[in-house]
Every structure is written in C-alpha cells, then in structure tokens.
Design a protein around this ligand. Structure first.
Ligand code: SF4
Ligand code: SF4
Length: 633
C-alpha cells in the first residue's frame, strides 16, 4: 500500500488490523485495488461488450480514431445500456431469489416440523393473508402460512397479471408505471426479459432497454425484496429497537467467535438457535472457551441485530480484517458480498471458512450444505465445526478494542409506535404516519434521506456514509439507513441517542421527544422495501405522490449490482437519488443524460452523482427545500 491507512478508511479499528495484515503479508481488498490501477477505461465507461463470441468489442471515445461501433453495429448507447440493464437484472435476481428462499422457509415452517422454523408473527401473517384475499376465517395458522408462502412463490412465475404488492403504491405512481409500461408482472419473467432483450440482435434502443430494466428493478423493490422483508417479519418477528455493540471489538478472546456473513436470515436465525444449544455451549467449554460469541457481518448481521440484538462486527470492507484478528474460529457464509479472497486469508490463520449455499461455493472453503428442511440440525453441525476449531487458535491474535453502541431495529411498525407515544391519542387515531407528516409539514423536520449501500475503494471507507449523515442531521434532515451504510453510522456513534447533540434544533427536539437517535437503522438491503412502504404511506396520507415528498436517497459508497437495481427502483418510485460513485455508463452521453435528467420528467426521481459528501449534502438539501416550496410547506 502506498499511502497511510487513514487515506483508505476512517475506522480506527481497521488501521491496527491493516498494519497486522501488512506485517503478516496478508493481502486485503485495498492492496488488490491498488494493484488494479489504472482500471480499464472501456469498462469504466460501460463501452466494452462481450455479449457474443464475435467480441469483445469496445468503443473508442477518447479520440477520433478507433471503432465507434461493435462488430454487429451496436453503438455506445446500445452497449452501455445493455451492460447496465444486465447488471440491474442480476441485482434484482439476487434480492428476489433471497425473497424466494424466505417464502420456501415459511412453507417449511407451516408444513415441515423437521425444519425447526416457527411462524413468529401471526398478526402480520393474517394481515398479509387478508391483503392477498386468502381465507383466514376458522383456518389453522399453519394452513394460512402455507397459503401465503405458496401465493408469494407464485409471484415469481405467474403467467398473467401484475405483482400483488404494486397495489400498495399511491394511485398516481401506479398510473405513471402503467403509462410507461413498467408495471412489474412476474419477477422471474421481468428479469428474464432483460436478458432476452439484451441478447445480440435484439433491443438496440437505449430508452427501450432502460424501460425493460426499470420493470425488472421494480420487480425487485415492490416484489422480491418486499416478499423477503414481509415474510421474514412473519417468520422471524418484526424488528424492534435494541441497543447493540458494533465494530470488530465485539470479538472475544476467551469465547468461540462465529462470524455469520452474507444475507439470508433463514441461515442466521437457525445458527442463532444452535449457538444457544446447551450441549454446544458445554462442548465449547470443554474446548477451553467461556462460551460461543455469535456476531454478524454485512446484511445478515443487520438481520440478526435488528431482531435479536446480536453485535454487528463489520461491513463489506472489514470481512478480511475480521479474520486477520486471528480470533475468528469460523466465518459462516451464505450468499452475496462474500469476497472469494476470504479463503486465502483464512488459510493464513486457523479460521474455518464455511460455505453453506449451493449458489455460493468458494475454492479452499469447507462446504457444509445448509438444508432448510432440517434447518436447526444443519445449523448445529456448522456451529460444532466452529466450536471444535477453538483449540486450534494460534498465537497471533489481536482484537482491536474499538466498538460503539447504538440502537438498531426501526421497522415501520417500530417508527410508528415510537411516534404514537408522543401524540394525542384522544384527538388522533394511533398507528398512522400522521405524526411524521405533521413534523415534516411544520418544518421541524425538513425532510428525510435514506443512506444505503456498500463500501467501494473509490471512496474513503465509511467516510461517504458518515460525513453525509452528519451534514444532513445538522440541517434537520432525519436519516434512515440500511446495509453497510448502517454499519458505518453505528460505528461513528450516529445511532446513539447522544448523537442528538450533532443535530439541528428541529431534529434534536423530535429525537428528544420521541426518544430516538437521529439516524434510524431500518435493516438490510432487502429492507429498503420498508422505506418504499413508509414513503408510500406518507404520500397517501399527505394526498400527494412519492415524487412530491421532501425526501431523497443516497448511496455514497455503492458497488454491487443489487445497489444498481435498488437505485433504479427508487428513482422509478419517484425519489431523487445521489450516488457517490458514477455507474459505468458515462461512455454514452445519451444514457447518462437519460438517467440524470430525462427520467425526472417521466418518473419524478432521477440520479445525481457527487463523491464529496459535503457537496452531496448541499445538493440533497436543495432538492428537499425545492420540494417543500412546491408543497407550500
Ligand atoms: S453483441 Fe455486438 S458489440 Fe457485443 S460483442 Fe457481439 S458483436 Fe460485439
Ligand atoms: S450494502 Fe452492499 S456490500 Fe453491504 S451487504 Fe448490502 S450489497 Fe453487500
């Protein structure tokens, strides 16, 4: 590494582990990013095509010389939009397949006692069953759960009609989607259609390619992700605020450390049951450990933190550093955001890297298939592997002391409950978004911004999230956060109630009255569907469309295809969205203009790009104030 650690991350826990990694000759994401420089300009601009074996083709933009069309004749607009559309489809497929797995788990909970899953939230189950027209009168709860699970699974491949959750959107939004022919139909169909239409010799019109891609993205936000969130709440419980600890300091020297990393709560919930099994705890003690310490990483960490108060060890860029501590006895992973490099790092320590999904095997890792049909037994076998590895620890252990406290688990239900406590229940009905609407209308809150997404070496690790959140709360803008952005915020103390001291007067007063932190943790990346629903309810209550609300989205450090899908469905739902890293589209002027300008006239939302968090905050606040002016509030 050619620069100091401070120019790579703003998390002090990382500096010590980066130094340990350097001394122990362990390569990390930052080393590989440096070795990759300069990155390919064609790829950076979205101008490389490998869609058929006549390629690869690349379009030369930087000089008059060089090809301006691919061998088939595809131009820069076609190539860049096809690449983007395929990435959006991949992102939508990842979230949606997650949703499908949760639906399968719900079905097992209803029909297969061997699975060990149990339906936790009957109220939410019955409410969703009624919404979907499923008979609940005198029905056994397990039959209702099975019918809800089957109906959810049918959303993926139904031959006719549109997705059921679309009905939750405001009327004006549905009209826009219908007019633009982007109303999602069946999740798998909408994703497949992107792949088909971007095959060689199909769609060459960048605007039409984006229409198909927008439909697939909406299938994620208002389909696969929403199914994932709603059914997870039914199966594992609706999140409630918990105070937890975060950062790598949550690892313990005297306990078996099991890091659960990935995305799907079907695995993490079963692992949580297994680590509390008295026989496995006893076994850990026999190996010389004081107990079993379960901690989370990336989105799966968000899932178990918000439902059970399990500590959040670190975000995407900290996964290798967790192993570098030498104190991780097993890192158990399922799908998405798991760096293949982990197996090389794990080899240098005693850590067992355990893959569990047939969708994500890694050479060098141990594969222990996790079966939902016998979830708890599968999980116990995996935990036993971690426990038995404790005695193999070597001498090179260093756990940084850095950890912070904060509150996580603000589901929509939890936010509304918190607000209800400070409203006049005799004058107003409880359980609505009225208090939130009132705070926004009065101007005490200027607006709200969702800060979401990943880590990316193109931006200083965590700085994009933290600096942007600080600027916004200082200006009375409430921040909600998910994914790896949530880790950055909790590590920086922004989810503690003391963070009120960093807020403007209006937001500080709201936080004081409602007893909430100014940055609210709303969960994992699929839980951005919670934010869609909150916006939808707020818009309906205020009798406007989502595009009229003084709100925005921001992904300061995004990197994944899932983030592209999220950004696209958020924009198509009417929300101005700020990106800290430019998408790989800038080689097409037309496509860039479409995404940052033309879509505004169609959907109300549009993309903006700004890597400096302070500048990004200025632009977001100006957008919020413009919306307030139009609403005359
Ligand atoms: S689809 Fe066209 S541009 Fe792409 S690789 Fe094939 S020939 Fe080249
Ligand atoms: S925020 Fe991004 S990096 Fe983090 S878990 Fe989600 S998709 Fe992965």
């Amino acid at each position: 590494m050619s620069c100091d650690f401070e120019c790579l991350s703003c998390d002090a826990a990382n500096y010590k582990l980066m130094e340990k990694a350097r001394n122990e000759k362990i390569e990390t994401v930052w080393d590989r990013a440096e070795a990759m420089q300069p990155q390919c300009g064609f790829g950076e601009m979205g101008l490389c095509c490998t869609n058929c074996a006549m390629g690869p083709c690349r379009i030369v933009k930087v000089s008059e010389d060089g090809p301006k069309k691919g061998i088939c004749g595809a131009d820069e607009d076609t190539i860049a939009s096809r690449n983007l559309a395929r990435s959006i489809a991949a992102g939508s497929s990842a979230h949606s397949d997650h949703g499908r797995d949760i639906a399968h788990a719900l079905y097992h909970a209803a029909k297969n006692p061997e699975s060990g899953y149990k339906v936790k939230n009957h109220k939410k189950l019955i409410s969703l069953a009624k919404e979907w027209g499923i008979d609940t009168e005198n029905q056994d709860i397990k039959d209702i759960a099975a019918n809800v699970a089957k109906t959810a699974l049918e959303e993926f491949g139904k031959p006719f009609g549109n997705l059921r959750f679309i009905q939750r959107a405001p009327e004006d939004r549905k009209k826009i989607w219908n007019k633009m022919n982007v109303t999602p139909r069946a999740i798998d169909r909408d994703i497949v259609e992107v792949l088909h239409s971007t095959h060689i010799g199909c769609d060459a019109d960048y605007r039409n390619i984006m229409t198909t891609a927008i439909r697939a993205a909406l299938s994620d936000g208002w389909g696969g992700s929403m199914i994932g969130t709603e059914l997870s709440d039914i199966l594992f419980g609706v999140p409630e605020p918990h105070e937890i600890e975060a950062n790598l300091g949550v690892l313990k020297e005297d306990e078996v450390n099991l890091v659960i990393h990935g995305h799907e709560p079907t695995l993490s919930e079963a692992i949580l049951i297994a680590v509390n099994d008295p026989e496995l705890i006893e076994l850990a003690k026999k190996q010389g450990a004081e107990g079993i310490n379960l901690v989370g990483m990336c989105c799966t960490g968000n899932e178990i933190a918000m439902r059970h108060g399990i500590p959040m060890a670190g975000n995407f860029f900290q996964q290798e550093l967790a192993i570098v501590t030498g104190a991780v006895d097993a890192m158990v992973v399922d799908v998405q955001c798991i760096m293949p490099a982990l197996s090389q790092v794990a080899k240098c320590y005693h850590t067992k890297l355990i893959t569990t999904s047939p969708k994500a095997k890694i050479p060098g890792a141990i594969h222990m298939q996790f079966n939902e049909e016998e979830a708890i037994e599968s999980a116990k076998r995996i935990v036993k592997e971690a426990v038995m590895n404790f005695k193999n620890r070597q001498g090179n252990i260093f756990i940084p002391q850095e950890k912070s406290k904060g509150f996580v688990g603000y589901s929509n239900e939890a936010i509304i409950n918190a607000l209800d406590k400070v409203t006049n229940s005799t004058a107003h009905p409880s359980g609505t978004v009225k208090p939130l609407a009132d705070a926004i209308k009065s101007g005490v809150l200027r607006g709200a911004v969702a800060i979401v997404g990943c880590n990316n070496h193109k931006v200083l690790h965590d700085k994009g999230h933290v600096e942007l959140a600080k600027e916004l709360i200082k200006n009375d803008v409430l921040v909600v956060t998910t994914g790896c952005g949530a880790y950055a915020c909790i590590k920086a103390g922004l989810m503690s109630k003391e963070a009120r001291g960093l807020c403007g007067k209006g937001l500080a007063t709201v936080c004081e009255l409602v007893n909430i932190p100014p940055v609210l943790h709303m969960g994992s990346c699929v839980d951005i569907s919670r934010i869609l629903l909150l916006l939808s309810e707020l818009a309906k209550f205020m009798n406007v469309d989502i595009k009229d609300l003084p709100v925005a989205g921001a992904a300061p450090e995004w990197m994944s295809e899932k983030a592209l899908s999220i950004g696209t469905y958020v924009v198509a739902s009417g929300v101005y969205t700020m990106l800290g890293v430019a998408p790989q589209v800038t080689g097409s002027d037309n496509l860039t203009r479409f995404l940052t300008n033309d879509v505004k006239d169609i959907y109300g939302g549009y993309f903006d790009i700004e890597s400096d968090p302070k500048e990004a905050a200025k632009k977001i606040i100006s957008c919020i104030e413009e919306k307030r002016k139009i609403l005359s509030i």
